[in-house]
Design a protein around this ligand. Structure first.
Ligand SMILES: [Fe+2]
Ligand SMILES: [Fe+2]
Length: 261
């Protein structure tokens, strides 16, 4: 049977929402494709070349709002690290549609999550908050990632992208105009690209039939569980910042549906 061919469509226009960043995602760089993953490799090479945004300056906010934002972002900061082992696992595995371009893109994707951790650390410091060594949600996500094989690890990272997209955009809107807000909006745009990167992986791994059904049977409950868990974990910060939970949940559920397409 010939290998299914991946068609990477241009990103759909995001629905109007207060949680959607105002700047559109970066377009894919043009060029000849060696494989479906060549475009992703070039995308991550290009985003890796960006300078780290300036953060760490004091963010002017009322103390209660600054503390709520710092505690929320510190928990996300912990979650942005610690996924590196999957690069080695994928490099040793033989899987359909996985080639050197994918392996390279995956390593750059992991590095980009590390970049997010550095940027978030600067924002947390600017808010007067303290960084965390770990958090119970980060430990839980790490444990879930280790439950099964490589596909499940990617599925767990895929679910984390849904949460990141909605939360970073919502938290950025709670920041005053300035470097920290611009940096967080940039991270939210990166996460949208990450969602499409993982979605393309499952379009190749599970294009149709029982494979697709198995993917959806894992994706839908796992992503919903991740969203509900993080909404609950950050409920106090959301309340303090005046971010209504229901529209945020609606936006996150729409992102889950986008991931299933
Ligand atoms: Fe990230
Ligand atoms: Fe991400």
């Amino acid at each position: 049977m010939p290998a299914p061919r991946l068609v990477i469509a241009p990103p759909p226009a995001p629905p109007p929402s207060p949680f959607t960043p105002t700047t559109p995602p970066l377009p894919f760089p043009a060029g000849p494709d060696r494989s479906p993953w060549a475009r992703w490799r070039r995308h991550f090479e290009r985003t890796a070349a960006r300078p780290i945004p300036r953060t760490g300056d004091r963010v002017d906010l009322p103390p209660a709002r600054a503390a709520a934002l710092a505690s929320s972002l510190a928990r996300f900061q912990v979650g942005e690290t610690g996924e590196g082992r999957i690069v080695g696992a994928v490099s040793r595995a033989r899987m359909r549609g996985v080639d050197d371009d994918y392996r390279h893109a995956l390593a750059l994707f992991i590095a980009e999550e590390g970049r997010h951790a550095r940027i978030l650390a600067g924002i947390v410091r600017g808010l007067g908050g303290e960084l965390l060594a770990t958090s119970w949600t980060a430990r839980l996500f790490a444990r879930v990632r280790r439950l099964a094989g490589i596909r499940f690890k990617v599925l767990a990272m895929f679910a984390a992208e849904v949460v990141s997209i909605g939360f970073y955009a919502a938290l950025a809107a709670a920041l005053p105009a300035g470097g920290a807000r611009v940096a967080l909006e940039q991270i939210a745009r990166d996460e949208q690209a990450h969602l499409r990167f993982h979605r393309d992986f499952f379009r190749i791994q599970a294009p149709r039939g029982w494979r697709r059904a198995a993917f959806l049977a894992g994706w839908i409950p796992l992503a919903h569980a991740a969203v509900l868990l993080v909404l609950w974990d950050h409920r106090r910060a959301l309340r303090t910042l005046g971010i209504p939970t229901r529209p945020l949940a609606t936006r996150l559920f729409a992102v889950i549906a986008e991931g299933a397409r």
